[in-house]
Design a protein around this ligand. Structure first.
Ligand code: SGN
Ligand code: CA
Length: 560
């Protein structure tokens, strides 16, 4: 009996010892983890958020989507280690409205930021305010495009308006400052410095790391310009699109490479080169001409050391233009402009990719990666010569869709692809849910958390709503609203014209044929029109609001 009891005692003791031992191991792991997660000791489970957004970054220029044009190994890491959305889109394909939608979780017609010109109503709730209130440390570095004191942001350095590529000016809490260097590198230096040295490491963070690149006018760093200026890129099939089988809006838009790209501003031809040539239309000042031509405006920001690096490359581009341009027919001119465009655009993208790599490496090396959600997106897509265009604005795929890659270790299965109709409207609610913060009832998106976790069946939405307003304006894309499903796109151009278009997304992926008048689609049109009306009601858009915004634009333009 005694022996038995002793045995029991011994057993109990050894069980106790094992429990204590396991407990110690568990605690030490936990401590290590919280150190690795940079001591979010109060809110261990709250993930950090790194929201990376570039400006005008077409998904066609991300190799996780297509490696036809370029490779972006660092951005691809986010897709390889997380999820890639192939049908992510915006609600209004233009910069400031996209940002306003992301911040408020509301469509343009509700948050009021219909275009780049209208003021943003700062009394609105934006999602960083909710993060800040919930104990997050918040920061914003890079391009915002409106306002100079974003609400709910503890620390910021924001480019003035569109910002400059070379030696950019920043608005900060302590006043404006100019930083010497290349904008993409600088925004990254500032971001890493904040993550490493400036933030309160007791708190989880929300960092909005917002690139200016690859926005027009595309100015690469001297190193990238040199590397890319000699490359040749494949042309898109629709480079010479004549817009037949499309409506008036496509025909009257002013974003064709041949007709609307500028020698200096876009293609880096010096005013002196043009002046020395015959039969080349010289720079003609427009009514909002600010005093210098587009080339000089960007180039004159460089200091002599920077100019010395740019000059040999610019000289060689100019020499080749001078020699070849007069001999070119229109087709060759288009091809030349396309190559110059891609060289500069993709060179800017390459810098973004390198710098995203630097930040991802920082997350890895600091132990932050494991508990940080990384989002990579753009404020909208962009035409890279498809339909002969640059710029965006249209609901057609290249500008309507936007890249969306999200990494969240242990939550998102690596290398996942998802083709649901998701929008920038959804970002606020997604990030709020990830951080376990309640989203206001009047936000209009849907949290993407079920899709991130692979619970695709929980996702009920099969169509999205789109509405573009900035007209009349640069590039002259007419106002339109649309309903888009995985199969179809029904568009109404309602101002200046009254035209409908229907695209069969599965059978005409390049959207070359408007089938609105094809009787085979009559039933589809009836159904989609009904859904579109219901959607306008659901999202609280209406003909009255359309008219209100037309009147507001007219007032604004008349005042100018
Ligand atoms: C500038 C560009 C346009 C571009 C708008 C809006 N011209 O006006 O090409 O569409 O910005 O872009 S440029 O002379 O500055 O190059 S947005 O991304 O900010 O909406
Ligand atoms: Ca943009």
């Amino acid at each position: 009996m005694k022996i038995f009891r002793n045995k029991m005692y011994e057993n109990k003791l050894s069980i106790k010892l094992i429990i204590i031992f396991l407990g110690l191991i568990f605690c030490s792991c936990k401590n290590k983890n919280s150190e690795q997660n940079n001591d979010n000791s109060h809110s261990e489970k709250k993930p950090n958020i790194l929201f990376i957004m570039s400006d005008d970054h077409a998904y066609q220029a991300i190799s996780a989507y297509s490696d036809k044009l370029t490779t972006t190994p660092n951005i691809d890491r986010i897709a390889n280690e997380g999820i890639r959305f192939t049908n992510a889109c915006v609600t209004n394909s233009i910069c400031a409205p996209s940002r306003a939608t992301i911040l408020t979780g509301k469509h343009t017609h509700i948050n009021g930021k219909i275009d780049n010109r209208m003021a943003f109503d700062r009394s609105q709730i934006t999602f960083p305010q909710l993060f800040q209130k919930a104990g997050y440390e918040t920061a914003m570095y890079g391009k915002l495009h409106f306002g100079n004191n974003p609400k709910g942001i503890d620390d910021f350095m924001i480019l003035l308006g569109q910002g400059d590529y070379i030696n950019p000016n920043f608005i900060t809490k302590k006043g404006d400052t100019t930083i010497t260097g290349y904008v993409t590198d600088i925004i990254t230096d500032l971001t890493i410095n904040w993550l490493d040295k400036k933030r309160n490491k007791e708190k989880p963070f929300l960092m909005m790391y917002l690139h200016k690149a690859p926005h027009r006018a595309w100015w690469p760093s001297p190193e990238k310009l040199k590397k890319f200026a000699s490359k040749t890129f494949p042309e898109p099939e629709s480079l010479f699109d004549d817009y037949s089988n499309r409506g008036t809006a496509a025909k009257t838009a002013e974003m064709n490479l041949l007709n609307h790209m500028k020698y200096g501003h876009d293609s880096k031809i010096r005013p002196e080169t043009i002046a020395a040539m015959e039969n080349v239309t010289p720079f003609v000042p427009t009514k909002d001409y600010k005093g210098i031509d587009g080339f000089t405006k960007a180039y004159s920001r460089a200091n002599s050391e920077q100019k010395a690096k740019y000059d040999p490359i610019l000289d060689s581009i100019n020499a080749s233009f001078k020699e070849n341009w007069p001999k070119f027919n229109n087709k060759q001119k288009m091809q030349w402009k396309y190559q110059r465009y891609m060289q500069d655009y993709l060179a800017c993208v390459s810098s973004v990719d390198d710098n995203v790599g630097r930040v991802l490496d920082y997350l890895d090396n600091s132990g932050l990666a494991e508990n940080t959600i990384v989002v990579y997106t753009s404020d909208q897509g962009f035409y890279l010569g498809e339909h002969g265009w640059f710029d965006k604005r249209f609901v057609y795929d290249e500008s309507f869709k936007t890249p969306l890659l999200i990494r969240w270790p242990n939550k998102i299965t690596p290398n996942t692809t998802n083709d649901e109709m998701v929008q920038n409207l959804d970002f606020a609610q997604t990030l709020l849910e990830a951080a376990q913060i309640e989203a206001p009832d009047d936000m209009q998106g849907e949290s993407l958390i079920p899709l991130l976790k692979g619970n695709v069946k929980e996702w009920k939405r099969d169509a999205v709503y789109y509405h573009y307003y900035e007209y009349p304006a640069v590039h002259m894309v007419k106002r339109h609203y649309a309903i888009v499903t995985k199969e179809y796109k029904l568009v109404h151009f309602y101002y200046d014209v009254d035209e409908w278009e229907l695209y069969d997304r599965k059978n005409d992926s390049q959207e070359m044929n408007n089938v609105y008048n094809n009787p085979n689609y009559a039933d589809v049109i009836t159904k989609l029109k009904k859904e579109l009306s219901a959607m306008r009601v659901k999202y609280k858009d209406s003909p009255e609001l359309d008219q209100k915004y037309i009147d507001m634009t007219n007032d604004l333009l008349n005042k100018k």
